[in-house]
Write a protein that binds this ligand. Structure first.
Ligand code: COA
Length: 139
């Protein structure tokens, strides 16, 4: 069972309820790969979606990672191409799209969809800036 295996809380994983000062508990966030390059899975309750809470939760998750894990210099997240709400949430929080894996997200029926990767750097977070990827880096 995932709980027994430490998928929610062990050296590498950690999980928190997402609490809103007025709306109460509105979701859950699970951090993974905390000992290497952390990433996360954020899930708001259906009733809490569509209110713009996602960007606040992501900002708070970013603050948590960078302020409690001094050796972590980047924080990552991946979502499916058709998860427009999450993709817009990443951008609204100042994260940068770093990867677009075509057909990288298997679906149980039909063709695989694309997987899209975003990240935020500690240096950007500390400076309050968003640095784009240098795509044209080949001499
Ligand atoms: C993804 C999630 C965290 C986003 O948080 P949220 O607070 O519900 O986000 P919002 O509904 O406010 O949407 C964010 C933006 O996407 C837009 N959006 C949402 N659904 C959209 C759609 N189907 N088409 C176009 N735009 C859409 C919103 O209009 C908003 O745009 P704006 O910032 O320009 O106003 C939340 O919806 C959620 O928990 N979903 C289920 C779990 C999930 O998919 N988690 C991601 C895995 S990492």
């Amino acid at each position: 069972m995932a709980v027994d295996n430490g998928a929610y809380r062990n050296e590498d994983n950690d999980t928190y309820w997402v609490d809103h000062s007025e709306a109460g508990t509105i979701g859950i966030i699970r951090f993974e790969d905390l000992t290497s390059s952390p990433l996360f899975d954020l899930r708001l309750a259906e009733s809490a979606r569509g209110h713009g809470y996602g960007v606040h939760a992501l900002n708070e998750a970013t603050r948590h990672v960078f302020s409690t894990m001094p050796t972590v210099h980047r924080f990552e997240g991946t979502t499916r191409e058709d998860n427009i709400a999450m993709r817009k949430t990443f951008l609204a929080a100042g994260w940068v799209k770093e990867a677009h894996y075509r057909e990288g997200w298997p679906v149980s029926e039909g063709f695989a969809l694309d997987s899209v990767g975003y990240a935020v750097l500690r240096s950007d977070w500390e400076a309050g800036v968003t640095t784009p990827v240098r795509w044209d880096d080949l001499p």
